[in-house]
Design a protein around this ligand. Structure first.
Ligand code: NAP
Length: 491
């Protein structure tokens, strides 16, 4: 292993990750030679280092994407689809190595990492199939004077910025539709989890993606790097997944050149359990909605509103399931809950719990930072949470569940909507008409009805209010990378 590669073997599969910048199909050092250290959150030890791109490197990446933009847009959709299909097959054959790499650099439990790798690969499969469905429309103007032709064209060079919580899936959820639509792109992954992004770049080159169509830049100075690209007149699209505060900053910058934006931002999901809910199913669903990815998910249930008649039983049984989870090093088979991604995230969770406790919350299980290496926080359930507690209003992004009672349907809809976020919500009831009625009134882009998970490559994923703009996944995800061109035609 040189300082410029990261290699490992897992379950008989070897992986070698190039850790330099990937521009125009070439692996190269940052223009100033700088590197960034990458750490394993389970051990706090240095894992590897990656190149630290500068704004000059960003301009080179845009040059590369611009150089092949026309040829990639003109590549037959079937050919683009077949490349994406090969990417799906290659990734599917390497799920174990991808999972291990994700567990190493993100810290999440291997079981979660494997789920993510499979989910990430599915975006290549879905968009391999969508690539050939860029169909247009033909209509007659109401006056009868002309035809209205609508054709979908690639939006253009796309800047893709991704977070650390799903290092593979957030990258493929953007790259796959961009490529299917005929766009070239530059991916800027999160600094905490850059290795997975470089492993994906390697895989895409092997799958036959031409040089320059996908470029990857890691940088310790995300602000100036991304700003350089958003102020380059050749760039026409920003697809961002991350926090709402950074999203707001980027929307302002994108305004300078009126860049087309898709924003997948933070969440604060409510989880509603009505008195007629199947409690076994609701507790299974609560474990997934809360604990998938150790609670580090934008869709994670933050606030559990449980009908007063069943809250006692729900809390005891949910807390028993939470406290039974095995916490440990993410890359070990037996681990069910890995560490948080870094010290700051872990400390913020501890701060939110301390705030709730100061305001009268009772810790049913968890609530103590363990005295070990690694950024661990235990699975925690809080009862008697006061309505002014910070964790009801801020994204917790960790394994902490606040359980609160309600009496009336109208009241709980009010609680659910008392947030500036609107990404996901969960509803448990055996009464389908109530379930659909409540689902219609909750201000969220996605509702899970009697389910603990919404994510699906075939479905439009995204939020309302300050959780974002636009959708990823499904046919909607393809259209985010296309512009409708209208031709008024007479014949
Ligand atoms: P973040 O701090 O907003 O960072 C996201 C990405 O933006 C990273 O690549 C980061 O680079 C970059 N970035 C940070 N500051 C920037 C700036 N000034 N200009 C340009 N880029 C900048 O979010 P995070 O902590 O990585 O991820 C957690 C957040 O993502 C949570 O709020 C979560 O809800 C949200 N999320 C949303 C979805 C969704 O689909 N709605 C999915 C997953 C996660 P660095 O790593 O170098 O800072």
């Amino acid at each position: 292993m040189t300082t410029e590669t990261f290699e490992f073997a897992y379950e008989g599969q070897k992986m070698r990750v190039n850790t330099r910048l990937f521009i125009a199909g070439q692996w190269r050092a940052a223009s100033n030679g700088a590197r960034i250290d990458v750490f394993n959150p389970s051990t706090e030890e240095r894992l590897a280092s990656v190149a630290d791109a500068t704004p000059d490197d960003a301009r080179d990446a845009v040059d590369a994407a611009a150089g092949v933009a026309a040829s990639w847009a003109a590549t037959p959709p079937r050919q683009r689809g077949e490349i994406l299909r090969r990417a799906y097959e290659l990734m599917s054959s390497r799920l174990d190595s991808f999972a291990y790499l994700i567990a190493l650099e993100n810290g999440k439990a291997l079981v979660d990492a494997r789920g993510e790798a499979a989910y990430a690969a599915e975006f290549f499969r879905w968009y391999a199939e969508e690539a050939v469905r860029g169909v247009g429309e033909l209509g007659l103007a109401p006056t009868g004077s002309n035809r209205i032709l609508v054709q979908y064209q690639p939006v253009g060079i796309s800047v893709l910025v991704t977070p650390w919580n799903f290092p593979a899936a957030m990258a493929t959820r953007k790259i796959a539709p961009a490529l299917a639509a005929g766009c070239t792109c530059i991916l800027k992954p999160a600094t905490e989890t850059p290795l997975t992004a470089y492993a994906i770049a390697t895989l895409l080159a092997e799958a036959g993606v031409p040089d320059g169509v996908v470029n990857v830049l890691t940088s310790s100075k995300a602000g100036p790097l991304v700003s350089t690209m958003l102020h380059d007149p050749r760039v026409r699209k920003l697809s961002f997944t991350g926090s709402t505060p950074v999203g707001r900053t980027l929307l302002k910058q994108a305004a300078d050149q009126v860049i087309n934006c898709s924003m997948e931002l933070g969440g604060n999901a409510p989880f509603l359990v009505f008195e007629d809910a199947d409690l076994d199913a609701a507790i299974d669903g609560a474990m997934v909605a809360k604990m998938r990815n150790g609670g580090e998910a934008c869709t994670a249930a933050n606030r559990f509103y449980v009908h007063r008649s069943v809250i006692g039983e729900f809390t005891v049984r949910f807390a028993a399931r939470m406290s039974a989870l095995t916490m440990g090093v993410g890359s070990l088979q037996e681990t069910q809950l890995g560490p948080m991604v870094n010290r700051a995230s872990r400390d913020k969770i501890a701060e939110l719990v301390a705030d709730a406790v100061e305001r009268g919350a009772q810790i049913v299980t968890g609530g103590q930072v363990p005295d070990t290496r690694g950024y661990f926080y235990p699975a925690t359930v809080l009862a008697n949470v006061s309505l002014d507690s910070r964790l009801l209003h801020e994204e917790i992004f960790g394994p902490v569940a606040a359980v609160l009672p309600f009496d009336q349907e109208e009241e709980v809809i009010g609680y659910a909507n008392q947030t500036e976020y609107g990404l996901a919500a969960y509803v448990y009831t055996r009464d389908l008409s109530r379930g659909l009625r409540v689902a219609e009134r909750i201000e969220a882009g996605m509702i899970a009805l009697n389910r603990g998970m919404v994510s699906d490559p075939a479905a439009p994923f995204g939020g309302v209010k300050q959780s974002g703009i636009g959708r990823e996944g499904g046919h909607h995800g393809l259209l985010e990378f296309m512009e409708a061109k209208y031709i008024a035609a007479s014949w």
